[in-house]
Design a protein. Structure first.
Length: 292
């Protein structure tokens, strides 16, 4: 009987070990801290005492956590629906474009996707600046005089909307290009047969395209849920969770609790609850994907 060579496993072992350490150690460390009394004193001198579920009880019994959780769910749902919807439309449009135009659009999508997060967030700060921002100038030019000198980042709803636009703009390219790649794997004969049978564009999508790419849609949706729910740098750079708490989601809340209050134990508990909620939300979908 032929035995497998151990060399492939030995070659990838350092990468696997390094990746496991970088992923698992912070997770395990945060888990331990969430069960301890860990504040500034313990950070300096060590010797944190275990307090069991005390941090979780304090967190779950407070009204603020539930408000942040509801805001996080709304933030995730709005962004994911817009991302998947727009990405699907762009992916369906790409095959219908001429070669040159299609290449230009795909290049623009790739460039938008490759733009560093902090750089893109800074650009959006300039775009929505109250006095010299391009957005206010364009709206006033179009006749909306109420936006003259409008301060976007002083209003919670407006700031939330700007952040949604930013995150959707950053996320759509990946989803659109991935779906377009999936579309190219569907045999053209299926679309031709559906059209010969009198199917409309909407019927072709639901009867042919979506069933063939069901698992790809599930994968993209799962990845976007994870990416949007844990979104932190855009929110922190643009608004730091404000004004008030209008844009404070769970990752921002965890950071603010740990950074401002020096409640590293409570911040770790928020982070662990975020991980648990994401796991619960995605485990059923991921299990179906693995089975299929």
């Amino acid at each position: 009987m032929r035995t497998r060579s151990p060399w492939p496993y030995l070659l990838i072992a350092p990468t696997v070990a390094g990746g496991a350490f970088l992923l698992l150690y912070p997770l395990l460390k945060a888990t331990v801290i969430s069960f301890q009394h860990f504040r500034m004193g313990e950070l300096i001198r060590g010797g944190a005492a275990f307090v069991g579920l005390e941090n979780y009880v304090e967190l779950l019994s407070g009204e603020e956590f539930w408000q942040v959780l509801a805001r996080t769910l709304a933030w995730t749902a709005i962004n994911v629906v817009l991302i998947v919807g727009l990405a699907t439309g762009i992916a369906l449009m790409l095959p219908r474009l001429r070669r040159g135009l299609r290449l230009a659009l795909m290049s623009a999508l790739a460039l938008a996707w490759a733009t560093p997060i902090i750089a893109a967030t800074t650009i959006f700060q300039w775009l929505f600046q109250s006095e010299l921002g391009v957005v206010n100038w364009l709206l006033v030019t179009l006749g909306f005089d109420s936006f003259r000198g409008y301060t976007w980042f002083a209003d919670g709803t407006a700031t939330f909307a700007v952040l949604v636009i930013l995150v959707v703009w950053q996320s759509v390219p990946f989803a659109a290009l991935t779906l377009y790649a999936g579309l190219t794997t569907i045999p053209v004969e299926l679309f031709e047969s559906a059209r010969i049978d009198g199917g409309t564009g909407w019927q072709v999508f639901w009867k042919v395209t979506f069933p063939m790419l069901r698992q790809l849609f599930a994968l993209i949706t799962s990845l976007e849920v994870i990416w949007v729910a844990k979104c932190f740098p855009q929110i922190w750079v643009l608004s730091q969770g404000g004004p008030g708490d209008a844009t404070t989601t769970l990752p921002v809340y965890a950071f603010k609790v740990a950074r401002v209050l020096h409640r590293y134990d409570l911040g770790s508990a928020v982070a662990m609850l975020t991980v648990v909620l994401l796991a619960i939300a995605l485990v059923a979908n991921l299990r179906r994907m693995v089975r299929s």
